[in-house]
Write a protein that binds this ligand. Structure first.
Ligand code: DGL
Length: 262
């Protein structure tokens, strides 16, 4: 079982920002990544649709050899995680907006959360804000259009910069000194986000914490893959492989081969 892989999925290419942290934390693990690009973006879709997609992907992973699943999509976590956990016994580690660390480190007492509309509208997010956002003002900013820019591989263009600036402006104007990247696509826009936010604003990406939690869970279950041999990565997409492959190659940083998700 320790030689089985870890399945990681997202609505598209954004979850690669989590996969790279998982790769750094766990160099020996075999990683399987599904980009549901044919259905992206999830952010403006009905909850039921997202739940059905997440179930289909989990079932695909269960047909491969896997020992854990990482939900590398805040939107899928927000609408589907309870249902997925109650339905499937496989250990699941899920990403969600880092409200707690942001609230702890903010000096101004105002934090901004960039995420999809579905994430921000979810009960999970309300609970998170209630539990960990005491004592700070939380400004929730939906960012329609940003996921599409990353899916196209447009990380620095004028349209992307204008969108990022427009979404950050009201948060900065209200005194936010800490910005949470509440969607796994947004870390790929980090340089544009930092340029628009300025040097005094902290930007938090919880991907590293997710990778650490996965490591802890595998370790405590005795499921870490032994030895120094590097693990492999395999990629699937529900989108057009010829369109998705160059973007995934760009974001992953070396040539990847992407198969069509059955
Ligand atoms: N990466 C997904 C997330 O973390 C993007 C959702 C979408 O496809 O809109 O929320």
């Amino acid at each position: 079982m320790a030689d089985a892989g870890v399945g990681v999925f997202d609505s598209g290419v954004g979850g690669l920002s989590v996969l790279r942290e998982v790769r750094t934390a766990l160099p020996a693990e075999h990683l399987l990544y599904v980009a549901d690009s044919g259905a992206a973006p999830y952010g403006e879709r009905p909850a039921q649709f997202i739940l059905e997609r997440a179930q289909a992907i989990v079932e695909f992973f269960l047909g491969q050899q896997i020992k854990a699943i990482v939900v590398a999509c805040n939107t899928a976590t927000a609408v589907a995680i309870q249902s997925l956990r109650s339905r499937y016994a496989v250990p699941m580690i899920a990403i969600e907006p880092a409200v707690k660390p942001a609230a702890a480190q903010s000096r101004s007492g105002v934090i901004g959360i960039l995420a999809t509309s579905q994430t921000l509208a979810s009960e999970n997010f309300s609970r998170l804000a209630e539990r960990h956002g005491q004592g700070v003002r939380i400004l929730a900013q939906a960012c329609p259009g940003l996921v599409e820019q990353v899916e196209k591989g447009d990380l620095h263009g004028a349209a992307t910069q204008a969108m990022v600036a427009a979404y950050l402006e009201p948060l900065l104007a209200q005194g936010a000194d800490t910005i949470v990247l509440g969607c796994t696509h947004y870390p790929f826009l980090l340089s544009v986000i930092r340029a628009a936010a300025g040097p005094d604003v902290a930007v938090i990406d919880p991907a590293h914490a997710v990778a650490r939690e996965l490591r802890r869970r595998l370790e405590s279950a005795g499921l870490l893959r032994a030895g120094d041999a590097p693990g492999t990565e395999r990629f699937w997409t529900s989108g057009a492989t010829l369109d998705v492959m160059p973007v995934m190659t760009k974001l992953w940083g070396c040539q990847v081969s992407v198969k069509r998700l059955p």
